[in-house]
Design a protein around this ligand. Structure first.
Ligand SMILES: Cc1cc2nc3c(=O)[nH]c(=O)nc-3n(C[C@H](O)[C@H](O)[C@H](O)COP(=O)(O)O)c2cc1C
Length: 405
């Protein structure tokens, strides 16, 4: 009998230790449960010759399901490709007698000063890329001197991300839930934790058809802790099910509703048509975010850059404009700002940096873009971000392609 009690006690002690170690791992450093999914654990600066090189490197180090979810787009992926190619339709005139010396890339957006006009786009599930997840990205963004935007489908909690940012500016991105009490609760939580703007994403009432995810039968291997209580089991669900749990009908009234929930500025993300920009601003949007979700929603649509100038003309400086989808180099940043954007955001490049080097890799991506932009500005004769805004680009595309630009 004594022997049995002894064995049982040892067994219970071992169980207790295993449980405590598990708890410690989850709570320290913003780590995420792995559940057999092996995200990157790297922690190093990365050498970047060209941002375009990163995708293939990431494909080598994270599981295919996660990689395809991050890198893929909707249907034929034409929009995904075109988002990058579209920048080639315009040229930057080299300017050589301007006396420009070491261009200044600092700027500000909605009252926040940033080291360069590039911020982190909100993206779900950074835990697919790296075990530090959004906590790692937030630390990298803070070190790079820029704004971290946090998806409500993040793998780290809002509190962990805020702690990792250590006071650096962070914005919270909301997909509306069908449950209004939950919307209010999560916006309030973000506000209490020090997030300084709410991004309302309006281009995903339903998920786009992402064929790679369908072929892979991709299910999120990690939980989404900020919405898990509301949406139930997020781990093990496909993206379609996640979006289905959100609000599937959106109108300007929803912008007014979110405005009524918070004292923070509300940014409306996913605008691609001048009429939608008008609707959003008339409903109280404090900024417009021109984006096609990185080519992940409607295939057969224009590139994000192709619609930017028209939207900017309609906005007519009533509110600031943030732009994303396809930004990979300094000339893209320059062209977007010269076409009406105040700042740009990057989605996949940040996640690739995170996978390849953890928070240090995120810093490497921003350092690379900063230097690339500075070089382009120098060669184009722009001393400041303000001067880029006053630059005229040269349209290069053949007329038939330009008709709709
Ligand atoms: C893996 C991944 C997840 C994303 N999740 C979200 C999200 O949760 N909320 C959102 O508003 N946008 C989301 N986006 C879109 C990004 O905010 C951004 O619009 C897009 O990545 C920009 O394109 P780029 O990747 O070419 O820079 C996601 C993008 C990617 C690549």
């Amino acid at each position: 009998m004594k022997r049995i009690i002894f064995i049982l006690s040892v067994f219970l002690v071992v169980l207790l230790i295993v449980w405590m170690v598990g708890r410690f791992n989850r709570s320290s450093g913003g780590g995420v449960e792995r559940n057999g999914y092996q995200a990157s654990t790297r922690n190093t600066e990365i050498v970047i010759y060209d941002i375009d090189d990163l995708e293939a490197q990431v494909a080598q180090i994270i599981p295919k399901g996660g990689f395809d979810y991050i890198s893929g787009g909707a249907e034929t992926e034409n929009v995904l490709r075109r988002n990058i190619l579209a920048f080639d339709a315009v040229d930057i005139y080299p300017r050589v007698l301007t006396g420009v010396d070491t261009p200044d890339v600092r700027t500000s957006i909605l009252g926040t000063n940033i080291a360069l006009p590039v911020i982190v786009a909100p993206a779900a599930a950074h835990g697919l890329a790296h075990i530090s997840a959004e906590s790692g990205t937030a630390r990298g963004a803070a070190a790079a001197g820029t704004i971290m935007c946090v998806s409500n489908y993040a793998s780290s909690t809002l509190a962990e991300i805020a702690a990792a940012g250590d006071g650096a500016p962070q914005w919270f991105q909301l997909y509306l839930s069908k449950d209004d009490a939950f919307n209010r609760q999560i916006v309030k939580r973000a506000e209490d934790l020090g997030y300084s703007a709410i991004i309302l994403t309006v281009d995903a009432p339903i998920g786009g058809k992402r064929v790679r995810d369908v072929r892979n039968n991709f299910k999120f291997p990690l939980a989404m802790p900020n919405v898990a209580k509301k949406s139930g089991k997020t781990k093990g669900q496909g993206i379609g099910a996640i979006f289905a749990a959100g609000q599937n009908v959106l109108s300007p009234y929803d912008i007014m509703r979110v405005k009524s929930m918070t004292r923070l500025p509300v940014i409306v993300k996913g605008i691609q048509h001048p009429d939608d920009a008008d609707l959003a601003i008339n409903a109280g949007a404090d900024a417009i975010w021109v984006s096609n979700h990185g080519g992940r929603q409607l295939d057969g649509a224009p590139a994000s850059f192709e619609v930017l100038a028209d939207v900017a003309a309609r906005v007519n400086k009533r509110v600031p404009i943030i732009f994303d989808s396809g930004i990979r180099r300094g000339q893209h940043i320059f062209k977007a700002i010269a076409s009406g954007a105040d700042v740009v955001a990057i989605g996949r490049p940040v996640i690739y940096g995170l996978a390849l080097g953890g928070w240090r890799g995120v810093v490497s991506v921003f350092d690379y873009l900063k230097q690339d932009l500075q070089r382009v500005m120098w060669l184009a004769g722009a001393q400041t971000i303000g001067e880029i805004k006053n630059t005229t680009l040269r349209r290069r595309c053949i007329p038939v392609q330009c008709d709709e630009l």
